[in-house]
Ligand binder design. Structure first.
Ligand code: ADP
Ligand code: MG
Length: 309
């Protein structure tokens, strides 16, 4: 990968700047940049790149792959790598102004019309009894170890919800033919950098064409996760109201979306939330008091904290 991007041996970082994935800070053409993995195959990476350029052309702030003398993004072995400029700025610190600006950016992204044949499409999951069992035992194992006092209260809600996901949650959302948009499906504070008070989306690499309501639900639940400057909890109701109001300046939600919002939230809690709670144990994130407090809030959250109206 470094050879492809012509990074001299002495200029190659030994380590990722990120614990969870390879993200290499480098210099190229005199500029600070990062090289990281993006969604493959190359046609999908190219579609994400076109989407990012289209966003920027509409004044929606996001990174775009650097234009270099070599291919970028580039398929190298069985992975696709991309070089983005390093975005100088501040991390999120939880202020009302920052929350407003983030909701505004998400709304602008969802409102941008950029259809593309090669954009990855959201795929509905298909869980059998064994994978439900795996989620339930995963929650039991992780909560039993790190938050045993919550085991019963969390499991008594999550187990029946996980068991009925394929019959009572997924079909309602899937069969409603909800409005779709190209979304990052990872719109969280740690994927934004605030430059001159406007956030820039710096991690667009999970982009897909998906029901926009699911992307909004992901932000409602996970916006504060993994960012050191965030408070150690989900949005409060009033923070959510601020985020949502800014989002709605750009997106008019349909009646179907409004009716299905509680189901969409439950969908994301069961899919992304369960995964987040279990996967965090793989990285010892439950030992970090800041992350632990967030994870406990996530596991016990009353979804009525995030109303649409
Ligand atoms: N272009 C960039 N400018 C500034 N910081 C960046 C940039 N890309 C990544 N980072 C930093 O590295 C972290 C991990 O990068 P990210 O692209 O989010 O990786 P991943 O796709 O694995 O989540 C970010 O949270 C951010 O702190
Ligand atoms: Mg990221």
């Amino acid at each position: 990968m470094f050879e492809h991007f012509a990074i001299a041996k002495g200029d190659r970082p030994n380590e990722s700047c990120y614990l969870y994935a390879p993200v290499f800070p480098i210099r190229t053409g005199g500029m600070k940049a990062v090289i990281k993995r993006t969604t493959g195959p190359a046609t999908a990476a190219a579609a994400i790149s076109r989407w990012l350029h289209a966003l920027v052309a509409q004044d929606v702030q996001a990174v775009t792959p650097l234009s270099l003398s070599m291919e970028n993004p580039a398929e190298i072995g069985d992975r696709v790598w991309v070089a983005y400029p390093w975005v100088e700025g501040r991390p999120y610190e939880g202020s009302t102004a920052e929350i407003t600006a983030a909701g505004d950016l998400l709304g602008r992204i969802h409102a941008a019309q950029v259809p593309d044949e090669d954009m990855p499409r959201f795929r509905w999951p298909d869980h059998d009894a064994a994978s439900v069992e795996e989620d339930v035992t995963g929650l039991q194992r992780v909560l039993g170890k790190y938050a045993p006092e919550l085991l019963e209260v969390v499991l008594s809600r999550m187990s029946p919800w996980l068991a009925s996901f394929m019959t009572e949650t997924l079909p309602l959302v899937r069969d409603a033919d909800l409005p779709r948009a190209v979304v990052s499906m990872d719109f969280k504070a740690n994927n934004l950098v605030y430059a001159e008070d406007r956030p820039v989306l710096i991690d667009p690499d999970n982009a897909e064409y998906a029901p926009r309501l699911l992307d909004l639900a992901l932000s409602a639940l996970l916006f504060h996760y993994e960012s050191a400057g965030s408070p150690p909890r989900l949005f409060t109701s009033s923070e959510w109201a601020v985020f949502l109001a800014a989002y709605r300046r750009h997106v008019e939600l349909t009646d179907d979306e409004i009716a299905l919002w509680p189901t969409a939230l439950r969908y994301m809690l069961l899919e992304w939330g369960t995964w987040t709670i279990i996967d965090a144990a793989e990285w010892d994130d439950w030992d970090d008091p800041h992350k632990q407090a967030f994870l406990i809030d996530l596991a016990t959250v009353d979804l009525a904290r995030f109303p649409l109206e």
